[in-house]
Design a protein around this ligand. Structure first.
Ligand SMILES: *Cc1c(COP(=O)(O)O)cnc(C)c1O
Length: 467
């Protein structure tokens, strides 16, 4: 493909992209396809001769797009949002064009320095202390793994303890990536403590303190506590200030997983969840969830950079450069060597929307979440299953005169979810809270409007009437 053809094709694709973003609502949110259906339409062997770009692009439209789930759809209420935005998409085009490996300062100085600047902007926007320094990881899961590796390093260096005696604590509602990170970091599975939650699904600090005391009495050493701000099932907010005090008492590493909810700290009215942040060891949140930056972009902040570098760095000759002593080499701040230039899309987004634009969006989503929560509470046949501090509402169908048992109610709610999703213009997912099926309505997609929130509530009520 020569430069002229590249130019023509790029224009053609940008036209398709603009139409897609404008008309995304014309698709069903999730495709209707059976496992293996798409694979069966594709050749089993790679092409021998070069193919025309027209043929490739035609197959993209006819075979691939119909098999995609449309996360940009205004009826997206599943999981958490994975937002993108026009400025972020444009930045990704430039990143692909530059094709740079941003592993060290030397391999693209601007990429490293823009990452330093944009992460410090984020730190200020969220009101995080100056003692935290940011780095972009590919995902919150990776950031949590890095945190647990640092916690392990710290615990092993301070007490000459064996890895077998180190314990890790997280609430019963913590994300599965935390337990996975503990497993990958080599902590024994029987030393991973699942701390009970209170009636609002937040970690019970008294139970945490008790679990830690019991472990210490038995000669085990607490290595890491993971607090969650905004759990995945219900956006419960663990009491960080109390957890931080416990961590300080026993000199234990404290990591905060705020993958989804961290973005809300842009709003002064949501900052109270950060009380206690001054003494945390690391904090992660995902601009790729609720801050309009394409996946992947996870903002990971750490307090003790020396500990991080001690844990993560190696210095083979082939990577040494003349400036190593004076610069950040972000390859030593995470697991993979190779790094994409992810700061560019963050920069484009922060400048295009400004903090004001981002705050307006967050406030709107949260206000709609509160409104939906109120409608559900007021409805005779529905109930909310958890508080809605942010944009997520957990609910279920539960008629006042219900005489059946809980298992039956669970089955009917899963059937309701199936019928709602089959309508095609909204998409919801479920979880279990206190053992019961809850339907999650996660409001946070950039394209969602108030009318879409009305539509999801109407659809839930209409489909419930058919049960
Ligand atoms: C989404 C989520 C994660 C996982 O995020 P990735 O970036 O996909 O790894 C972790 N923790 C919480 C609380 C989440 O909501």
């Amino acid at each position: 493909m020569d430069a002229d053809e590249f130019r023509d094709r790029a224009h053609q694709l940008v036209d398709w992209m603009a139409d897609y973003l404008r008309d995304v609502e014309s698709h069903n949110v999730v495709p209707n396809c059976a496992p293996g259906e798409i694979r069966a339409k594709l050749p089993t062997e790679p092409p021998d001769s070069p193919e025309a770009f027209d043929a490739i692009f035609r197959d993209f439209r006819s075979l691939i797009v119909p098999g995609m789930t449309h996360w940009n759809h205004p009826g997206w209420f599943g999981y958490f949002p994975a937002n993108n935005s026009p400025p972020s998409i444009l930045a990704e085009m430039l990143v692909a064009t530059l094709g740079a490996q941003c592993m060290s300062w030397q391999t693209s100085p601007a990429a490293t320095e823009l990452e330093e600047v944009t992460l410090d902007w984020l730190r200020q926007l969220l009101g995080l202390p100056e003692t935290l320094t940011g780095v972009i990881q590919d995902s919150a899961s990776s950031a949590s793994l890095v945190a647990l590796l640092c916690a392990r390093e710290q615990a092993l260096q301070s007490d000459r303890q064996s890895l077998n005696s180190l314990t890790v604590y997280a609430s019963a509602e913590a994300h599965a990536s935390v337990e996975k990170a503990a497993k990958l970091a080599g902590f024994r599975s029987e030393n991973f403590r699942t701390i009970p939650v209170d009636g609002r699904f937040a970690l019970d600090p008294k139970a945490l303190a008790e679990a830690i005391s019991e472990d210490r009495r038995a000669g085990r050493q607490p290595a890491c506590i993971v607090a969650t701000l905004g759990t995945t099932s219900s956006t419960a907010i663990d009491p960080l200030a109390q957890i931080a005090a416990i961590a300080r008492d026993v000199d234990c590493y404290l990591h905060v997983d705020a993958a989804y909810a961290g973005a809300a700290a842009l709003l002064p009215e949501c900052r109270s969840m950060l009380a206690g942040i001054d003494s945390v060891d690391s904090f992660v949140f995902n601009p790729h969830k609720w801050l309009l930056v394409n996946f992947d972009c996870s903002a990971h902040f750490v307090r003790d950079v020396d500990l991080l570098l001690k844990t993560m760095s190696t210095a083979p000759d082939y990577l040494k450069t003349a400036h190593d002593a004076d610069v950040k080499n972000f390859r030593d701040w995470g697991i993979p060597l190779g790094r994409r230039f992810r700061a560019l899309k963050l920069w484009f987004v922060l400048r295009s929307y400004g903090s004001r634009g981002l705050r307006d969006m967050l406030r709107q989503h949260i206000a709609w979440g509160h409104r939906l929560h109120g409608w559900v509470d007021a409805a005779a046949n529905f109930e909310t299953m958890a508080p809605s501090p942010l944009g997520l509402v957990c609910l279920r169908w539960h008629p006042r005169d219900w005489a059946g048992d809980n298992a039956e109610l669970d089955a009917l709610n899963l059937e309701l979810l199936r019928r709602v999703n089959a309508c095609g213009d909204v998409y919801l997912t479920h979880t279990r809270l206190a053992g019961q099926v809850a339907i999650r309505v996660a409001i946070g997609q950039r394209t969602t409007n108030e009318s879409d929130v009305h539509r999801v509530w109407d659809t839930l009520r209409e489909q419930a009437a058919t049960l």
